[in-house]
Design a protein around this ligand. Structure first.
Ligand code: GCU
Length: 636
C-alpha cells in the first residue's frame, strides 16, 4: 500500500459532494474534469453543464498563466483561471480549503505565484551507484523513475506528479546532476524514457528538465572535444537538442553541474561558465527552453594547510564577474548558502550580487545534513528565512527532492511535510511556515483531532532548531562523518581537501572570514550585510562561527560564553528529542498504525543519534578547552 500523502480521497469530499461545472478545454481542463468526476463518483456529487445549478464553477477566463481568482458569485464558489495551469491550481486551492471554500462569506482573492519556476531536482540514477546507491543523497528507497535499469511503473509517477501539482510545483529535473555514463544517454538513445515521463508529468502541468553532461559530445563518442568555442560542438548540441524536442516538444530545458566535484565543464578548454551556459542556451532557445546552470563550483581538492583558500568565497569569485554575460534563457542556480546545505548558513552573496542575471535559489529537501529523514526536521522555517532574504533577487526555486519508492514516499512519514511545503513556499514565500504545516496536517490527516494536531506541532514546529541544537554549533557546519554525512565526527573533514573546516584549537573555534583579519568573504555582501557580519558586535549568534574565530570564553549576545552555549544547547537538544519521542506515543490510535510504527522507529534512532551528537560534541570541546560545564552535567 502506497501512502496517499497529502491527497487522500477524503481531501476531495467537499468538491466531490457538490454540483460542479468545469469550463475550458485542453489536457489540463481534462485532468481537472477527471479529478472531479472521480471525486463526485465517490462522494455523491455531479458534474453539471449549467451555471445556474452549479455550486462550484471552474473556468478558464484568460489566455494563459498560472494564476486564478477565487470568489463567490451568487450561491456558487468560482475559480476564474488565467489559463489552463491556473485552472489546475485553482482546483487544488478549493481542495485545500475543503468546506471553507463554500462559505457564503468567502472573500474575493487573486492568487498568482511569486516565483515563475518551482522545480524539484531529482538526483536519481538509472543504475545503482556502488557508493551513493540509486538516488544520490536519497533516503527514501530507490528511484521513482527507474528500477533494475528500466523505466518504473508510470502509475506511481502519475501519483507523484499529482502530489507535486497540488503543492504548486511546475517543473521537475528527472536525473542526477552528476550525470554518469548510462544517464548521459537519456539525451540520445534513451529519449523515449524521457518522453514517457514527460507525458506523465504534463497531465499535471509539470515540465520535465534533463540533467546533461557537459562532455556528452565526447562521452557519447561523437566528437573529440566539448569545447564551447568549437563549431562542431555547438552544432552537436543544436542537432541533439532538436532531436530531443522531436520526442519531448515541451522539455523545460537542461540542468548542468559543470567543473564541480569532478564533473566536466568549460574550464577544461579555458572557457568561462558564460561560454558554456550560453552554448546550451542557444541550442534550447528555438524551443523556449532554459538552462539551469549551477553555481556550485569550488576547489574540492584544496590543501587544508592553505589558510587563504576559503570555499565559501568560491561561487561569488567564479560567477559575480560574469553578471550580464549570460543569455536570457540561462538561469544561474545558486545553493542558498555559500557552503553546502548546512543546518545554518548565511545567504549566498551570489544571490544578492548578480542583478543582471536570472537567478534561482537551490534548496535541499532531502535532508543530507539535516537528519537524512531519520530525524524529524521540518525545514520550512529555514527556507522561509532564505526566501524572504532573496525576495526580488530570484525568479525561481529549485529544490532537491526527498521522494523515492518508499511506501511513505519520503522514508520518514513526517518528511512529507517538507516536500509539500517547498512547493507552497515557492508559490508564496510570504506564507507562515507553521500555517503551511497546518495545511499539510489538514490534508494528510483529514478530520485530525486537535490532540493529534497539537502533537504534530510539538514534534515539528521547532524541529529544525532542535536539530541545530544537538549538531554543529553556531554556524560552524559539517562535523559529520565524511562520505555519508550522517552522525557526528567533529574532525572528520578537518584535514581533508574539501574546504570544510572549523579550526578548533585549545583556545577557540570558528572560521575567520572577515576582511580585517580573515579570508575577506564578508566583502562579497552588499555593504549593510557585510558590516553586520564583519563585526563581532553585530554578527548574529547563530552564525558566529561561520564568520569569526573566537575564544571559548567569548560572550554571545545571549549572555553566555561560546563553550557554555555548546554544552547547554547540546544537552537541551538531546533532551527535547526525548520529549518528542514520549509525545509521539500519545499519537498511538490517532493515526494509521503503520505510520505510527514508522515514526516511532525513526524517533528511536533520532534519540540514539542526538545522544551521540551531544556526547561527542561536548566531549570534544571539553577536551580541547579544558573548561568544565557550569552545571556539572556528564561529559566524557
Ligand atoms: C553535495 C552532495 C553531493 C552532490 C553535491 C551537489 O556535495 O554531497 O552528493 O552531488 O552536493 O550539489 O552537486
Amino acid at each position: 500500500m502506497i501512502h496517499p500523502a497529502w491527497l487522500p480521497a477524503e481531501a476531495f469530499r467537499a468538491i466531490g459532494s457538490r454540483r460542479v461545472l468545469v469550463q475550458g478545454s485542453g489536457p489540463l481542463a481534462d485532468t481537472v474534469r477527471d479529478e472531479i468526476a472521480q471525486a463526485c463518483a465517490r462522494f455523491g456529487g455531479v458534474v453539471v453543464q449549467d451555471r445556474k445549478t452549479a455550486e462550484l464553477i471552474l473556468s478558464i477566463a484568460g489566455p494563459g498563466g498560472e494564476g486564478f481568482r477565487l470568489g463567490r458569485r451568487g450561491d456558487a464558489t468560482v475559480i476564474s483561471a488565467d489559463g489552463p495551469s491556473g485552472l489546475l491550481n485553482g482546483f487544488f486551492e478549493v481542495a485545500r480549503r475543503g468546506e471553507r471554500a463554500f462559505d457564503a462569506a468567502l472573500a474575493d482573492e487573486r492568487h498568482v505565484p511569486a516565483l515563475a519556476r518551482r522545480m524539484l531536482d531529482h538526483w536519481d540514477n538509472i543504475d545503482v551507484h556502488p557508493v551513493m546507491g540509486q538516488v544520490e543523497r536519497g533516503y527514501s528507497g530507490g528511484s521513482l523513475f527507474w528500477h533494475d535499469g528500466r523505466p518504473c511503473d508510470l502509475g506511481r509517477v502519475r501519483d507523484y506528479a499529482r502530489l507535486l501539482a497540488a503543492s504548486g510545483v511546475n517543473a521537475v529535473a528527472i536525473n542526477n546532476v552528476n550525470v554518469h555514463t548510462t544517464e548521459t544517454r537519456l539525451l540520445t538513445d534513451r529519449l523515449t524514457e524521457v518522453a514517457a515521463l514527460a507525458s506523465t508529468f504534463r497531465v499535471y502541468g509539470i515540465r520535465v528538465h534533463l540533467s546533461v553532461n557537459f562532455a556528452a559530445p565526447v562521452i557519447l563518442g561523437d566528437l573529440s572535444t566539448a569545447d564551447p568555442a568549437d563549431e562542431a560542438v555547438r552544432a552537436w548540441w543544436k542537432s541533439t537538442t532538436a532531436r530531443v524536442h522531436e520526442a519531448v516538444p515541451d522539455l523545460g530545458g537542461y540542468l548542468v553541474k559543470a567543473d564541480s566535484e569532478g564533473q566536466p565543464g568549460p574550464f577544461t578548454y579555458g572557457r568561462s561558465h558564460a561560454d558554456g551556459a550560453n552554448m546550451l542556451a542557444e541550442a534550447l532557445e528555438p524551443y523556449g527552453g532554459v538552462v539551469h546552470w549551477r553555481a556550485f563550483v569550488y576547489n574540492h581538492r584544496q590543501d587544508w594547510r592553505d589558510r587563504s583558500t576559503d570555499r565559501a568565497r568560491a561561487a561569488h569569485d567564479h560567477f559575480a564577474g560574469l553578471d550580464g554575460a549570460f543569455r536570457d534563457n540561462v538561469i544561474l542556480q545558486v545553493k542558498h548558502g555559500p557552503m553546502d546545505f548546512q543546518t545554518r548558513e548565511p545567504i549566498s552573496p551570489v544571490l544578492l550580487g548578480m542583478p543582471s542575471t536570472r537567478l534561482a535559489v537551490e534548496l535541499q529537501v532531502t535532508g543530507e545534513y539535516t537528519g537524512q529523514q531519520r530525524h524529524v526536521c521540518y525545514l520550512p522555517p529555514m527556507w522561509s528565512e532564505v526566501l524572504r532574504a532573496v525576495a526580488g533577487h530570484v525568479s525561481g526555486l529549485a529544490a532537491v527532492s526527498n521522494a523515492g519508492d518508499d511506501p511513505f514516499w519520503t522514508g520518514h512519514p513526517l518528511a512529507q511535510a517538507n516536500l509539500y511545503a517547498v512547493g507552497r513556499l515557492a508559490w508564496n514565500p510570504a506564507r507562515d511556515p507553521i500555517a503551511i504545516l497546518d495545511e499539510w496536517i489538514d490534508l494528510t490527516f483529514p478530520g485530525a483531532a486537535s490532540e493529534l494536531r497539537d502533537i504534530l506541532h510539538d514534534l515539528m514546529d521547532e524541529s529544525w532548531q532542535t536539530y541545530e541544537q544537538y549538531t554543529a554549533p553556531l554556524g560552524a557546519g559539517f562535523m559529520v562523518r565524511p562520505g555519508h554525512h550522517y552522525g557526528p565526527d567533529v574532525d572528520g573533514y578537518e584535514y581533508t581537501p574539501w574546504g570544510t573546516y572549523h579550526f578548533a584549537d585549545r583556545d577557540g573555534v570558528g572560521v575567520d572570514r572577515t576582511v580585517a583579519t580573515g579570508t575577506g568573504f564578508t566583502a562579497q555582501y552588499p555593504p549593510a550585510w557585510a558590516d553586520r557580519y564583519e563585526s563581532l558586535a553585530t554578527c548574529p549568534d547563530e552564525l558566529l562561527l561561520f564568520f569569526h574565530h573566537v575564544p571559548y570564553g567569548h560572550v554571545l549576545h545571549s549572555g553566555v560564553t561560546v563553550i557554555q552555549h555548546i554544552y547547554d544547547t547540546h544537552f537541551a537538544g538531546a533532551h527535547r528529542v526525548s520529549a518528542m519521542r514520549d509525545r509521539w506515543q500519545e499519537a498511538a490510535g490517532l493515526v494509521d498504525p503503520a505510520l505510527h510504527a514508522r515514526v516511532t522507529e525513526r524517533l528511536d534512532e533520532q534519540q540514539r543519534s542526538a545522544d551521540e551528537w551531544r556526547d561527542q560534541i561536548n566531549t570534544y570541546f571539553y577536551r580541547k578547552s579544558g573548561v568544565p560545564d557550569a552545571h556539572g552535567r556528564p561529559i566524557h
